[in-house]
Design a protein around this ligand. Sequence first.
Ligand code: S3P
Length: 449
Amino acid sequence: MSATRIDYIVNPATSPLQGRIRVPGDKSISHRAIILASLAEGVSEFDGFLDSADTQATIATFRQMGVHLQQEGGMVSVEGVGLHGLSAPPGIIDLGNSGTSARLLMGILAGQRFDSTLSGDASLRRRPMRRVADPLNRMNADVRPTAQGTLPVHVKGGRQLRGIEYELPVASAQLKSALLLAGLYAGGKTTLIEPEITRDHTERLLAHFACPLNHSSHRSGRRIETAIGGDDSALQANNLRVPGDISSAAFFLAAACIVPGSDIFIEKVGINPTRCAVIEILRSMGADISVLNVDNNAAEPAADLRVRYRQLHGISIPPALIPIAIDELPAIMVAACYAKGETILKDAAELRVKESDRIQALAEGLDKTGVTVDTWPDGLRVLGGQPVGGMVDSHADHRIAMAFCLAGLAAGGPITVKNCKNVATSFPGFIDCAKQSGWEINTKTIPSD
Ligand code: S3P
């Protein structure tokens, strides 16, 4: 990051939040669309693509590996090079803040003829990569993270991968996706068993690009099998409309639950069932959310969401919903500060290894704004009331930054959120979009400390 810091300042709203908004395209789907279209045969076109710092990292990587890709805002055209058409990148691949790019690429690079090295920013270099490297190496890859299991990761090319049967030790869609992508290069079938259901965009898009998988249920989770392996698994180009990102919409769903009288309509949001537990969780806290104009005809379902203010009450968040609401938990826990009673989040240790330690970042910031909060290694408890104003740190984590902007909406005074530059990794235009609903966020640029 450059030598300035951007802080956001949110004053308590003086009137209800209202209006019709559209959030940018889904980040997970946008990454996968670039990846699969690059590896497909033929030209694919997308609209609604998320043009953000994270997805630009994926685009830049495929350009460095010889893929012709044109992108203007949400419109993208990709000339696929086929599974074996990538060329060696000229140097270290820098993925910035993007965990999805890093992990999914490890799976693809493991199957190439050339060597490569992946790295990223300070936050990404702290995140665990062994969870991906270990099973890839069981597939006969040669993938070497640092001794701490982090980036930079060196991937040796020219390895003949073989399919494995593997029970994922963590519920992680990035891990699952990396292994399914490596499976495209492996001899024989790759079979994965998920401990709990996680987002299934990779599976859906593989089918959309003509490479369907077999699914069956398995105890609490799901068993996924590549239908074919190795040289038979060619991908065919296809077009795609990327729906709005429910993870970005979540901040508006929560905002309308905080400011009395609010009524916000969010157009064309992705409602893939493995992503939208935030709706179920907020509804069980009392939220008034309607899902309208459902479109199930595309590879990824979408709908309009209308949310009207209703006083929330605290709940214990059901553990089975955690992997499918993982990125929305910061917004939910901040909404819980304004709920009646306490909200308990357990079984969410994965939050500690996101762009920041989100349990710690939430607890620290909420505590600074006078909210009663307790933490456990795998979660936190928040007692509803009214936060006071103050200054909190996002720890350069986009979702923590936007979550604390929520906290300022009805607090006893203004809330300043430090270090908000990374909001651009997932939600460029957040401030303008918020303004359209009457949510005013001011920015302050200051020299870094
Ligand atoms: C993602 C999966 C999740 C999520 C991340 C995006 C994806 O991470 O938190 O923001 O696109 O596959 P994990 O796979 O680590 O759970």
